[in-house]
Write a protein that binds this ligand. Structure first.
Ligand code: RB5
Length: 147
């Protein structure tokens, strides 16, 4: 895993279990994890937690974040409405790598009902250790960053 730093994480009830697994993995690897919740499997509305996390990334309080819901779709939709947020729903390693190399994704989104625990942890590890390539990719990001 790359040099650990600070990361914010949030989910809904459908991915609470996976969020806890990922949080444990991050803590074991030296990351400082800000968990916005929820803290049990009681049914909640994913936008409430997606907006908290995306807002913190949008304002620059955190450079990296992880969001989870059942499919990952709702959290992606919510997060990508925020300025400067580039949330990437990744259910395979290729997407995880490319979302960092080419898109400089700052939020990794996962579906707790889609991926198994082991693959999810590999996606997290890979996403965190992959660097943005910059160059022509930065030019492309600049074209929509101010929308
Ligand atoms: C909750 O049932 C589910 O709709 C939510 O976790 C997510 O998958 C929405 O996109």
């Amino acid at each position: 895993m790359s040099q650990p730093g600070q990361i914010v994480i949030g989910c809904d009830h459908a991915a609470y279990r996976l969020k806890e697994i990922i949080k444990g993995y991050l803590l074991e690897n030296g990351w400082q994890v800000e968990d916005v919740g929820p803290f049990d499997e009681t049914s909640v509305d994913y936008p409430d937690f997606g907006m908290k996390v995306a807002g913190l990334v949008s304002k620059g309080v955190f450079q990296k974040a992880i969001l989870l819901c059942g499919t990952g779709l709702g959290m992606s939709m919510v997060a990508n409405r925020f300025p400067h947020v580039r949330a990437a729903l990744c259910h395979d390693l290729f997407a995880a790598i490319m979302s960092r190399r080419h898109n400089d994704a700052n939020i990794l989104v996962l579906g707790g009902r889609v991926v198994g625990d082991v693959l999810a942890l590999e996606i997290v590890r890979t996403w965190l250790e992959t660097e943005f390539e910059g160059g022509r990719h930065q030019r492309r990001l600049d074209k929509f960053d101010t929308l």
